[in-house]
Design a protein. Sequence first.
Length: 255
Amino acid sequence: MPTNATVTGRRRGVWATWVLGAAVSVLGACSKAESDHLAQHNSRVVLDAPADGTAIVASTFFNDVFVNRVTTDGDTILVTGSPGVSLPVLPNAFDKDYSGSGDAFVARFDGQLSRLMAATYIGGSGNDDIGGILVDSSGRIVIAGVTASPDYPTTPGAYHTVKGGSGVSTYTSMVSCLSADLSQLVYSSFLGPSPGGWASDVAVFGPGDVALVGSFAFCDFPVTPGAFDVTCGGNDGYVARMQLEPSTWGYMDGA
């Protein structure tokens, strides 16, 4: 259900509300009927407002994207979602090319939303969706989600570099780590040998040390000895701790 936010005296529906420290940031799509500009450019808004809703600290249009996740490192605001062909990538972006309607993107704004500091596409020939995004203690950006792209970018020596399943009709979990300026793919891996997974969120322990949660439909998901639950129920959820090489894994029963 959309959450209401007051913008210059007008009430608009947006898709989600996320708490960023003492502020509330609201991300989503305004009604196209509200503005000829929005209708023409399919823009989205990013808002940063105090928790009591008394004023908007900063807000900006972000052209040709659907924004659905946000995080902060205390100084900058990072967003992700589904882009269009006009994503304003910078010259040093990891991926400057839009490879299709299923791409994902990551972008970094300054804390006042006055400057786009970095932006990049990420994905392959199939659908790609980011379920969680964070900044680790070294400043690198970690994303986790699901991909149907057999050519989703992975890094040499990563835990699993071949997508389970064939073609773009099957999905599997992925986790990737990007440099702070979104110019380099530091680490990227699929999570399992079979299709059917979805990483829905990510949390951080320390530099390159993360926890992932999600669902996985196949029983060959890697479970570590001594895990809380080593028995696969066929459609279980999972909890995994990954050091972005090497990794440690665990199962959580129940989707």
